[in-house]
Design a protein. Sequence first.
Lengths: 212, 253
Amino acid sequence: MTTAIIDYQSGNLHSAQKAFERMAAETGAGPVIVTSDPDLVARADRLVLPGDGAFPACRNALFAVPGLAEAMVEAVEGQGRPFLGICVGMQLLASVGHEFEETSGFGWVPGEIRRITPEPAVLKVPHMGWNDLVVDRPHPVLEGLATGDHTYFVHSYQMQVADGADRLAHVEYGGDVTAIVARDTVVGAQFHPEKSQAAGLRLIANFLAWRP
Amino acid sequence: MLKTRIIPCLDVADGRVVKGINFVDLVDAGDPVESARAYDAAGADELCFLDIHATHENRGTMYDLVTRTAEQCFMPLTIGGGVRTVDDVRALLLAGADKVSFNSAAVANPSVLTDAAMIFGAQCIVCAIDAKTVAPGRWEIFTHGGRKPTGIDAVQFAVTAAENGAGEILLTSMDRDGTRQGFNIPLTRAISDAVDVPVIASGGVGTLDHLVEGVTEGGASAVLAASIFHFGHFTIAEAKAHMAGAGIPVRLS
């Protein structure tokens, strides 16, 4: 079983790679590769899409690699491979983003990416730091995680899901902020599991063990 | 609910921690990676490495250190000191930093914040501000380790830095740094109120009550301290328990 972390020159993949390697070794999940090669992405058994920065910049960088987005679409829509998006990688699962300009996402989790507007307005944006999860519904990737577990967030935009059943967990920050989404073989985490110490490593291990 | 962050800061020179930390089980207190692991295990919310003699020649040492830390510590890591260009940011992020802090360079060339934020996102661009009181209720930016006055108003500069793309302000009071008399609360409050982005209070922590004041009176989103943790005066857990007791939300698990 090979896990491919998709590299499209968006920020640092080193931490994600190390976290996945560690949990893959602990759970016997097989090799972890970091790649932008569409052939390797097409052949991988599970895919991870990280992402840092603005939605349009990430989307454009991803689509600038010839064949990469097509390989991802085939893996998810054609083959039903397990797929995990992290931070902006999670946001790219949505139908459309509204950061700077309207930009389309993959649409695997129907919804929109909109700026966080916490009430009262005195709350700072970006939403930066450790927040405690509220689990909305059980899911294999949440095995061993519970309401009250802390994970690390750094973001100014969030996903508003079209179908409430797609939201697995949220946090409270002057209103609900979507933390984890899932639909079919796709999951997304707005927080950084690779930076969330024990809770984050648990989510990664669960994803590596997930057989949807 | 979002928790108030406690951030230990390690001053690093030539790949070594300058003020070694006093953890009993630490084999080499001067090794930043060992110190980082100890703070990771102790429940620190983030880590900050400050390269205090950053020169072109020793950058490689810092990159190596960041890489080795990121391999072992699955927590957020901010790197500052000697960061001047977009390429410096890229190299540190690739090495494994999560956030990179500009200081003097952002004063000399404020647009570097915008350039970096456009490429890497504002969430990973920190603007460090070293401010000194010049009159009651007036603070000025000092650069080059606090030696060089600039005539620039600190509050105005913070507002501009956030507008230019800084996703966070690391605010150090030069009056209080190293004094153990507590944060400069009026300065912290003035800047926290003026900007929309999170402010990390720094400089002057001597007691656990100082950490509380930085949040309750200063309005900071995070508190940074060095010596009270390094020298073993207090543990991260003690700091968090004290803050929780004062009604501040912290991450205890």
